[in-house]
Design a protein around this ligand. Structure first.
Ligand code: RB5
Length: 188
């Protein structure tokens, strides 16, 4: 399997411990760094390029490391197409893939040891999305959110539409209802 790897200083030591094991297991590793321990590096600079490679299909799965596994997860999930989860237990390592199609796991170098990290990585890599109808339905709803307009874009649309309606002499209570629908409606 092609695996994208990235770590900041908080996860660097754990990355260095896990990468040789992944290689020995026959995986193809694309390492996005850090290439050395640097107390001043910032996890978004390392994790986001790996997440982009995941979204572009350049790797099949991703493993991100930081101190807690939280910052890496927050950063990776900003990239559309990435479903990242901070993982500390074996059940979530496979269930997150089977039900939610998680494609990146985030491990905390200051939280878990090497043996557990390796077990979680192997469990995650072996797991497959079941594609059960209910999980596919939920995943489709998650993916749909990725293409939803941002709040700033919605605000702009609402302003334009409402200005238009007012010009046409539409009653203010209706204009307000339309505005609310654009800003807070589900978009369905
Ligand atoms: C870096 O010191 C640390 O904050 C980072 O690795 C991570 O734990 C953030 O979630």
């Amino acid at each position: 399997m092609r695996i994208g790897i990235a770590a900041d200083h908080g996860g660097y030591a754990l990355k260095e411990e896990i990468v040789p094991k992944l290689k020995a297991a026959g995986h193809e590793i694309k390492d996005f760094g850090a290439v050395c321990y640097d107390d001043n590096d910032d996890y978004p600079d390392l994790i986001i390029p790996m997440a982009k490679a995941m979204a572009a299909g350049e790797v099949d799965r991703g493993i991100a490391f930081c101190g807690s596994g939280v910052g890496a997860c927050v950063a990776a999930n900003k990239v559309a197409g990435v479903r990242a989860a901070t993982i500390t237990d074996v059940f979530s390592a496979h269930q997150g893939v089977e039900d939610d199609d998680v494609n990146v796991i985030c491990l905390g170098g200051r939280v878990i040891g090497g043996a557990l990290a390796w077990e979680l990585a192997q469990t995650f890599l072996k797991a497959k999305f079941t594609k059960a109808d209910r999980h596919q339905r939920r995943l489709t709803k998650v993916i749909k959110q990725e293409s939803a307009p941002t709040p700033a874009v919605k605000k702009q649309i609402a302003q334009n539409v409402c200005a238009d309606l007012r010009k046409q002499g539409i009653a203010e209570d209706i204009v307000k209802r339309v505005e609310k629908q654009i800003l807070y409606g589900s978009g369905d």
